[in-house]
Unconditional design. Structure first.
Length: 116
């Protein structure tokens, strides 16, 4: 089994409000906002953006997320460097981090399989 393509972009920011306003200004709409300075935006059928605020002491990061239908059935090629294996997230998915030959990290995301 392979990935299903780009599912999302996760962005960290120092200002959820300013970032949300920026992306709304370029055509994205807020699908939902949380009560802890984060939320999800989408533009039509494109991959979603999930933006989360981090403290000023942290450098904001960005991750491109590739979709995987089933983490347990996913067969990763041995040439791909795994940074961290499948881990359950608090938002109901499983996430794996891999690194490409140039050192960039990519996230693979699959349903957690428990129906949560």
């Amino acid at each position: 089994m392979t990935t299903q393509g780009i599912d999302a972009v996760f962005l960290q920011t120092h200002s959820w409000g300013k970032s949300a306003k920026f992306f709304q200004g370029v055509g994205y709409e807020i699908e939902f906002a949380t009560d802890h300075n984060s939320g999800q935006l989408r533009r039509g059928g494109s991959p979603y953006l999930f933006i989360a605020e981090v403290p000023e002491t942290e450098t904001p990061r960005r991750h491109v997320v590739l979709a995987v239908a089933d983490a347990d059935a996913f067969d990763l090629d041995a040439s791909v460097e795994v940074v961290s294996g499948w881990e359950d997230t608090h938002w109901g998915t499983r996430l794996m981090t891999v690194r490409d030959p140039d050192g960039r990290e990519w996230k693979l995301q699959a349903p957690n399989g428990t129906g949560q």
